[in-house]
Design a protein around this ligand. Structure first.
Ligand SMILES: Cc1cc2nc3c(=O)[nH]c(=O)nc-3n(C[C@H](O)[C@H](O)[C@H](O)COP(=O)(O)OP(=O)(O)OC[C@H]3O[C@@H](n4cnc5c(N)ncnc54)[C@H](O)[C@@H]3O)c2cc1C
Length: 262
């Protein structure tokens, strides 16, 4: 079986700031990490590899040259192959153009049985790229997956929602977007770290995957970011204490009536 995991390098969002003049994310000096949901997608692939000997796991990222760091992390954890899709032609791509570029890259790899994504990227947050790539590849896509069993050429997939679970059976090849609840991602092993240290990754360009330049980058992107801003900080609530519960309850009811909320 061949599993492709798409992983994105993202800024560690606890540190992200927004430049109020340019309305863009301030990425300088911010630590970059593998998108946390993609760690779960990778872990799902590695667990399948353990259960199905002979399975190959390829990790694909599209990003700047420093995105190689997440590929090294993936090799440290047990990925077999990696691909760094890196070219100025991709700059400014929205989710549509990103999905196209990733699908073209996947088309150059050995035919995958499964293509795994995180549920969403913690910076862009659209959750569109997984279904977008699946559409370009003509594959079924199951979102919000938390469990998978493979039997022959079929997969039994469990999806999780706030109010329950859903089990679906799907023919391979298929794409899945993976939830945090799926597993606990492993750390890189010592052996893996040694392999990652030696890893040399040559960038794969748009031309190398046969991507049409008219479908890449900002000019080909149908989405336009109108504004990006931080939500105003929440003001503190009112705390009543030290009085009889009945008195405080009456005060709350009076306040809600005054504000016409009840
Ligand atoms: C007009 C426009 C211009 C933009 N310009 C830029 C820009 O210049 N620089 C920039 O960094 N971003 C830019 N973006 C953001 C960029 O489009 C998104 O970050 C990207 O398309 C992925 O969308 P997302 O982050 O919402 O991913 P989601 O759809 O939330 O991601 C879901 C999953 O898809 C996979 N995935 C997503 N992106 C990648 C990737 N690059 N490689 C591998 N797997 C991936 C991962 O598995 C991820 O968990 C721009 C967006 C727009 C709309």
């Amino acid at each position: 079986m061949h599993i492709v995991v798409c992983a994105k390098q993202v800024p560690n969002t606890t540190q992200v700031r927004i430049n109020p003049e340019t309305n863009t994310l301030v990425r300088e000096g911010v630590e970059s990490i593998m998108n946390p949901f993609d760690e779960n997608a990778l872990e799902m692939a590695l667990q399948l590899k353990e259960r199905h000997p002979g399975t190959q796991v390829t990790v694909l990222t599209m990003g700047p040259p420093q995105a190689v760091d997440i590929l090294k992390e993936a090799v440290g954890r047990g990925a077999d192959e990696v691909m760094l899709l890196c070219d100025k032609a991709f700059a400014g791509s929205d989710t549509w153009a990103t999905s196209y570029a990733l699908s073209m890259a996947i088309g150059k790899l050995p035919k995958p049985d499964l293509v795994l994504f995180g549920k969403q990227a913690i910076d862009g947050d659209t959750a569109q790229v997984g279904p977008g790539v699946a559409d370009w590849l003509g594959m079924p896509c199951i979102t919000c997956a938390c469990k998978i069993e493979i039997a022959g050429n079929r997969a039994l997939v469990e999806r999780a929602f706030e109010d329950g679970y859903e089990k679906l059976e799907v023919a391979l090849p298929c794409a899945l977007t993976v939830l945090k609840e799926a597993n606990v991602p492993r750390m890189a092993s010592l052996r893996g770290k040694m392999a990652a240290k030696k890893l040399q990754v040559a960038p794969t360009t748009a031309e190398m995957v046969g991507a049409d330049p008219a479908k890449l980058g900002l000019s080909a992107s149908p989405t336009r970011v109108m504004k990006i801003f931080s939500p105003p900080p929440k003001t503190g609530g009112v705390l009543w204490q030290g009085e009889e519960p009945a008195v405080m309850a009456q005060r709350l009811v009076d306040l809600l009536r005054e504000r016409k909320l009840i």
